[in-house]
Design a binder for this molecule. Structure first.
Ligand SMILES: [Zn+2]
Length: 992
């Protein structure tokens, strides 16, 4: 990429703005302008580069005064209609019909950010226009507050005898967030470390406090803070600065400068460390052993001090960055827990923090944990940091600085806001290369620098919190009973008239939610036309070379800024079915065990010193043109800098050819860490687990996908960990069998993105490896898969106070001529019928549907949902909905634009390496992609309806259902719906 020239001078005035500073950012191939709006003091930063992905973001400081979640509810609500765009949900309308590469909004502890980005210039300004009007002139109707925030309803609509419940999208989103142990841990930690400042409040909203927020307070919060004098506008990309200023001129022109009260205070420092014990809910019948979280937290520094932030990032990596890092190793070796949790340095706010945690421990062992941490830190500070460790840490930071990752503009925005909002230079963290060089100079002048940091900020720092989170079997039921009691009490205080009012308001809200936007209102939104879209999707420029062992080596011509990416694809066809379930563990071993005569610590040190990471994963799908051709693949991934390519390839070779599973003690640790991960990620993965479970009868691929990542995988890990002594020999034999199986050159395809010199090295090395591999013919293995005789209705019971409902239908393969139409239909229903019914009316945090032509399935889901039967009925009502729908071409066009944008996404080097490889092995040729793209652009309402109905009528009777929720919730749902109950099973890692 070429760097633009500086064209604006400090002091220059244009369009009502004054240029304050202009500076080159050579590390980003960009120049930056700091600009102020003269009338209001609104601050603007434009990072001008040659990148066609332009980003516009506006942020406000939004310090919360309590836990009612007002910043978060406001974040949802301003996007629900504004003066210029009086539709119900401009956000979702733009989501439907823009080419946005990113569109969302985020609430942080102290700020709220509204970013959008696009590759298409007109689209970029359309999005920025809608966002500016949303933040400065939102409608904020009382109904929006009720829908997004909270309101009262009767459990059974209109039935005043039924229970009173609280509904609201943010309310359910936060109930879900408070369901996971790690979510609670984050909450208690912030509350504990910052008891006297806004960081101790929950800007997202504590579900217990959300109902206390009043509509007038909500409006007042907006009036006070959403003003240009409190705005920080970040713009990135290749559009010239002047055009942005001309665009913003009248957006800000109507406002007068105002004094904003949004100070972010510092936490008074403690003179003594503190301690706190809290509980989190687990299943009624689950054992409590090995489920506690033992954690330590420190307030360590100043977020606006970029050099200090960078120093801590380096120290973080030295202490915890790899399997051999001394603090990580000591924590794992202590057996006080199975794996780290919630650990590392945290910045991006006024005061920075450092965290250490172990999951899978025992409550009551916190003193031993504290002693271990302090003693280990002391040892490390007293000479435990070698120059090699520091060099490896600097190298890791360099990746962070150089890499052009997906969502690159958004990452730059976050780095800028991290200092800017606290009065510091917005460019300081964007100059990471210079910061690292300065830090290196300081380290060379003071080799004990990091030891001193440990002593001063951790060991001798009394602002330290010891926090224990213990499992509690009764808590879920207790909280539910408490809530029911509270609601009953509230109901008893309401008279006849007040109860009638709730019914009326509920009806009114639903009536509003059901009323579609008028075509006139929709026409106010700026929209692209289908003719404006590029006629062809973007392709990755890839060339293919055959190595002499007949292995394809792909080279992708994508700018990679000095980082090199290599992926090795392995065809798993013929791998015995029972070995698939061991692939995830095989991947863990690649990342965590020894190889080629080196133990795991030596391997970890080599990986840290020479690469940006080595990974191993697997994927299941089908060929683009041949529905019967199953694609079962494994993948090695490697990232490295130019000067490290040779040693990096040496390590990859060792891990590919000679991984070593013989260290049985280490293998057990790896297994326990996998178990701890499954436990802690359980609730977050609710939709995924339920979908995999409901799909497993559809095809051999779907069954394998569940074996790899679903409930059976969890149970396998639980069993292996529980009976390790007995099962270890068999486990080692299975891992060995996978190792032997993949060492076959006929299975290998490679893909590379990076520099010429690195490519030559890759070519040479791969050519040599190919000669070492065997060349056995690939043989098909008869599959043990048996299709289901009848569709399933099932429930997976786990401790979660919200539900995740899924339904899966068989669908045609992506080579079917209707496949592009079904993609458009999926997008339309996802943001239409399902969004309206499940999210808007149902109050679930999310919901959607999608067509997956590779797996031959239709998926419907709800996310953090208060309902079960209601949502399943919505899924069942789809055929009727489609039959009655009278879509216009304008509606279809919006969905076409939203679908076609996938082909326009920016091509970033790491994604390109993997995607090019998948397209190559899956037969997604340029012609195939262009054919699909053209078919998407030509979709008509009639054709979409026909394709949908054909599928629904043929396949609805074959749909399977699975709901992930607490046992209590599932059993209650079954009581309400006795004719078609869900077969409930507990989802647990324990052995019964
Ligand atoms: Zn939210």
């Amino acid at each position: 990429m070429r760097m633009p020239e500086i064209v604006l001078k400090p002091g220059e005035e244009l369009e009502g703005f004054v240029v304050r500073a202009a500076a080159p950012l050579p590390g980003l191939q960009a120049v930056a302008y700091e600009i102020e709006h003269a009338g209001t003091g609104a601050r603007l930063l434009h990072v001008h580069s040659a990148d066609a992905e332009n980003l516009f973001a506006i942020a406000f400081k939004t310090p919360p005064a309590d836990d009612t979640g007002v910043p978060h509810i406001l974040e949802h609500s301003v996007l629900a209609g504004s003066a210029k765009f009086p539709v119900k949900d401009p956000f979702v309308e733009m989501l439907k019909m823009s080419m946005a590469t990113f569109i969302n909004a985020m609430t942080y502890g102290d700020k709220t950010v509204y970013p959008v980005s696009s590759n298409v210039r007109q689209d970029f300004y359309n999005l920025a226009e809608v966002y500016c009007d949303a933040v400065f002139h939102p409608t904020l109707a009382p109904e929006t507050f009720k829908q997004e925030g909270h309101h009262l309803e009767f459990l059974r609509k209109g039935d005043r005898a039924s229970e009173l419940i609280v509904k609201g999208i943010v309310y359910n989103e936060m109930k879900g967030a408070y369901s996971s142990a790690e979510g609670l841990l984050a909450r208690y930690c912030e509350q504990g470390l910052f008891p006297d400042t806004l960081y101790g409040k929950d800007s997202g909203g504590d579900p217990h406090c959300i109902p206390d927020l009043s509509y007038p307070d909500f409006k007042r919060f907006h009036r006070a803070l959403y003003h240009p004098s409190n705005a920080y506008i970040f713009i990135y990309g290749d559009i010239p600065t002047r055009e942005h200023l001309a665009f913003l001129r009248d957006k800000l022109g109507a406002f007068k400068r105002r004094k904003i009260k949004a100070e972010i205070q510092r936490q008074p420092r403690w003179s003594e460390p503190r301690c706190r014990c809290e509980a989190y809910p687990i299943g009624r019948n689950e054992p409590t052993g090995e489920k506690a979280y033992l954690t330590l937290h420190w307030l360590v520094g100043d977020g606006a001090d970029a050099l200090d932030v960078m120093g801590w990032s380096i120290l973080d990596y030295i202490l915890l960055g790899n399997e051999a890092a001394p603090l990580k190793k000591a924590l794992i070796d202590s057996k006080l827990g199975a794996d780290l949790s919630f650990s590392g340095f945290n910045s991006g706010q006024l005061e920075t923090t450092f965290h250490l945690g172990l999951k899978g421990g025992e409550a009551g062992r916190q003193e031993a944990f504290l002693k271990l941490v302090l003693e280990t830190l002391q040892k490390i500070a007293d000479g435990g940091i070698t120059p090699e460790m520091v060099a490896a840490a600097f190298q890791q930071a360099a990746y962070h600085n150089l890499e052009i990752q997906p969502l690159y503009p958004l990452r730059l925005m976050m780095r800028s806001y991290a200092t800017w909002l606290y009065g510091a230079d917005p460019l300081s963290l964007l100059r990471a290369g210079e910061l690292l060089a300065e830090l290196r100079r300081r380290y060379e002048a003071e080799p004990a620098l990091f030891g001193r940091l440990i002593r001063e900020r951790l060991l001798d720092n009394p602002h330290r919190l010891l926090l224990v989170l213990a499992p509690d079997r009764e808590l879920q039921a207790k909280q539910e009973a408490e809530f029911a009691g509270r609601m009953e009490k509230q109901k008893s205080r309401l008279d006849h008239r007040a109860l009638a009012k709730i019914v009326k308001e509920q009806e009114k809200l639903e009536e509003l939610q059901s009323r579609p936007n008028s075509p006139e209102a929709l026409a106010t939104l700026p929209q692209l036309k289908v003719q404006d879209l590029p006629p062809r999707p973007k392709h990755i420029p890839t060339t293919v070379e055959k190595l002499d062992g007949k292995v394809d080596l792909l080279r992708n011509d994508v700018f990679a800024n000095g980082v090199n990416y290599l992926e090795l694809d392995i065809n798993l066809e013929g791998l015995p079915d029972e070995l698939y379930a061991y692939l995830p563990l095989y991947g863990d071993c690649i990342r965590k065990m020894g190889a080629a005569g080196l133990n795991y610590l030596q391997v970890a040190e080599r990986v840290a010193a020479n690469t940006g990471g080595i990974g191993f994963g697997s994927a299941i799908g089908t060929h683009a043109a041949e529905p019967r051709r199953c694609l079962r693949r494994a993948r090695f991934t490697l990232k490295t800098l130019d000067e490290k390519i040779a040693p990096a390839l040496d390590i990859l070779r060792d891990l590919f050819f000679e991984p070593d599973f013989r260290d049985t003690a280490r293998l057990k640790d790896v297994l326990l860490q996998a178990k701890a991960w499954h436990r802690s990620s359980l609730v977050e993965r609710g939709v995924e687990l339920a979908t995999l479970h409901a799909s497993r009868g559809l095809s051999a691929e779907a069954a394998l996908a569940e074996a790899l990542g679903g409930a059976p995988q969890m149970r396998l890990i639980g069993k292996l960990a529980g009976q390790y002594g007995l099962l270890q020999p068999d486990l080692a034999a299975k891992l060995e069998a996978i190792r032997a199986f993949i060492r076959n050159r006929k299975r290998l395809t490679a893909s590379f993105t990076g520099s010429n010199s690195a490519y030559e090295e890759v070519r040479r090395r791969l050519g040599a490896w190919v000669k070492e591999l065997n060349a056995d013919a690939i043989q098909d293995q008869p599959s043990s898969f048996k299709p289901l005789e009848a569709p399933l209705r099932e429930g997976l019971a786990a401790p979660a106070n919200v539900a995740f409902c899924t339904q899966v239908l068989p669908a045609p393969h992506r080579s079917h001529p209707d496949a592009p139409l079904l993609q458009v239909a999926g997008r339309m229903l996802s943001l239409g019928y399902i969004w309206d019914e499940v999210r808007i009316k149902g109050g679930a945090y999310g919901g959607g549907c999608g067509y997956d032509g590779s797996r031959r399935a239709w998926y419907f889901f709800s996310y953090r949902d208060p309902w079960i039967n209601r949502t399943l009925q919505i899924f069942d009502g789809l055929t009727t909905h489609v039959r009655q729908a009278e879509w216009t071409q304008a509606e279809i066009d919006r969905a076409i634009i939203g679908t076609a944008k996938n082909g326009e996404r920016p091509i970033r080097p790491s994604e390109a390496t993997g995607q090019a490889l998948w397209r190559h092995v899956a037969g997604e040729t340029i012609e195939f992609r262009e054919r699909q793209h053209t078919a998407i652009l030509c979709a008509t309402p009639r054709e979409i309806k026909r394709a949908m109905l054909e599928q629904l009528e043929a396949n609805s009777s074959g749909s399977s259902v699975c709901v992930f929720a607490s046992r209590e919730k599932l059993e209650n749902a079954n009581k309400e719906n006795a004719e078609a109950p869900l077969a409930v099973q507990d989802l647990t890692l324990e052995q019964s």
